[in-house]
Design a protein around this ligand. Structure first.
Ligand code: ARG
Length: 272
């Protein structure tokens, strides 16, 4: 018997679960424009030379974006990936927007979509973003996050898909709450399928009213004003017993990021 998490059908449910019908980011609201100047929309140019958003991310250096490893895309010839910064509406041609080409995708290791471990990736941009009132870097948590107490309130933002399978045109945000790892691994929750590890954190809503969803992947989770996690996966969206699971920015990940971008960390206390 194949355990269900190894079953491709079940896996495709984890990844392709349709967006929750109704609201934009589930249970959330539109952000105050440019209140999250580190938010990045990752976009891929398709056949008709249009760019389609596929994931979120956070600007952590003028030329580096941190996102989820499962957001890696093959870069075929003629295909371009870009990071759009300083935007609030995806469709409007806002002067504040900066569009920078992604030249390198560096996942920490080859991402394993069976265990969902190590869902973290760096993207190198062709040029430095101009840091201004619309575009700013998000500081990494110095020394890494060991853990967040269950019940801690966090926020997550994104341009996730709406039920029409398009993206919300404006950036949405939602308040969510940390759910303890033990509870998250328990029978009625993920039941170790997959295992919620020390490098992951479950964050949702007890009543299943709030969540990130497809299209929000890679975006930053902010808890107690600290960059805490990266949108990784969930079974469906806004399912009380299957909360969103985020890559936790533990010391090992911070060390890995630093080893690649090789820059001293600024004091991470002041976030925004
Ligand atoms: N894997 C999804 C993506 O690629 C993110 C899913 C988050 N799901 C959730 N229920 N919080 O966009």
């Amino acid at each position: 018997m194949i355990p269900s998490v190894y079953n491709p059908l079940v896996l495709s449910v984890i990844f392709l679960a349709p967006a929750y019908p109704g609201a934009k980011i589930i249970g959330g609201h539109e952000v105050k424009p440019h209140s999250r100047p580190y938010m990045v929309s990752l976009q891929r140019r398709n056949g008709s030379r249009m760019y389609a958003p596929y994931c979120g991310g956070a600007l952590i250096r003028p030329n580096w974006v941190l996102t989820a490893a499962h957001c890696e895309k093959p870069i075929a010839s003629g295909q371009f990936l870009r990071a759009v910064l300083g935007g609030h509406s995806l469709s409007q041609n806002q002067k504040s927007k900066q569009r920078l080409r992604i030249i390198k995708q560096i996942p920490i290791t080859k991402f394993n979509n069976r265990t969902m471990k190590n869902d973290i990736m760096l993207l190198q941009l062709e040029t430095n973003a101009k840091i201004n009132q619309y575009v700013k870097v998000l500081n990494l948590p110095k020394g890494g996050i060991t853990d967040m107490k269950s019940g801690t309130t966090c926020t997550v933002a994104g341009w996730r898909k709406t039920k029409t399978s398009r993206y919300s045109d404006t950036l949405q945000e939602v308040e969510v709450e940390v759910i303890g790892r033990r509870k998250c691994n328990s029978k009625n929750y993920y039941n170790h399928r997959p295992e919620i590890t020390q490098d992951m954190i479950c964050v949702g809503d007890r009543k299943g009213r709030a969540d990130s969803c497809q299209g929000d992947s890679g975006g930053p989770l902010i808890c107690r004003k600290k960059y805490t996690g990266i949108v990784s996966f969930g079974r469906g969206c806004a399912n009380a017993k299957k909360p969103g699971v985020y890559t936790l920015l533990t010391k090992k990940y911070i060390d890995w990021i630093q080893s690649i971008i090789d820059l001293p960390l600024k004091n991470a206390e002041e976030l925004y």
